[in-house]
Design a protein around this ligand. Sequence first.
Ligand code: COA
Length: 363
Amino acid sequence: MTSMAMKASQEDFEKAKGQVKLLKEDPGNEVKLKLYALFKQATEGPCTSAKPGMFDFVNKAKWEAWNALGSLPKDTARQNYVDIVSSLVSSQSSSQEKTSSNDRKLEYETLVVTREDNITKIMLNRPSKKNAINMKMYNEIILALEAAEKDDSTLTVITGSGDYYSSGNDLSDSANMESGEIEKKIKDGAMLLRLFVDHFIDFPKPLVAVVNGPAVGISVTLLALFDIVYATDRATFHTPFIQLGQSPEACSSYTFPKIMGPVKASEILIFGKKLTAQEAYARGLITEVFPDSSFQKEVWTRLKAYSQLPPKAMSSSKQLIRSFEKETLHRINFEECTLLCERWRSDEFINAIVNFINRKSKL
Ligand code: COA
């Protein structure tokens, strides 16, 4: 069934809103006006505001586009909005794929994405910042997952470059905010985080984490949404959310208690206990631990063998396994992002960021 035949839910609409911000190419003024008008119609109904003055060109054009929709029902406007965004996303990603199909290396600023031996490898590539995930990287991982979903590889792997897997959310992003834009940044940040995690919940092919070194924050919590997690014995797993005035994300408030039991999960998520690779293995968070000296060789040999398995059988089995909880995970993701918005407004969080920036607290 195509999206045209389905009725767009509020969730589809929210997702489309986030996707508009991620478009790589400007869709042009005409399309932007159409999207603006449909958005207003979907959220506020027919235009009732006064027409802007004739020299207020931009607002006049927006008003005219909205007013032209007359009494179009909110549901229909929402559906049209979702359809336009989905066609923009697919046309941009297919043109992106075409330009890169002869190239094994796709162009990203914060990632190195390669496709070889039926495996798409997404490597986080900010080694000097321990692969901290900034806004650009969140957006690029979303795009890389969307491309991997459509390419002909059978496995998708996420790993890190340098000595860390990832140091989690880039804390300096939160420090670089003008006071007037804080509320908008909080809302945009929560929307991006939700979209990011949604992509992991919905990813249709087997997803593998090759944890090449220490992992912090969201790079740990996300692991429960992977299908296989291999780690070097040098890796550690640390979620210092509370120390940073924050709360768990990436559905870990649900997946961690389920995987390891509530008291073990709380020790990590509430009290920030840092786990060794062996401890994380014992708690069921990772599939297998390898000696660091042979980690890359052993893991990639294993993955190359798995990548030869029948792809459709693998992806449909993965989808079946995940299907029973998808709705729940989307709901948890929404609730976690809502709580995080509150946390990001708190003094506890702001103080923690100031401390990080001043290097008073290295965790
Ligand atoms: N956000 C932003 N920058 C980060 C970062 C993060 N999460 N993690 C590391 N960096 C930066 C450091 O600021 C430093 O930048 P600089 O060279 O410009 O000063 C660089 O990466 C190297 O980190 P450094 O702290 O010097 O290395 P280290 O080996 O002493 O410590 C960590 C590594 C990851 C333990 C430490 O950087 C840290 O605690 N980072 C914060 C992790 C965190 O709390 N993440 C969020 C969880 S919710």
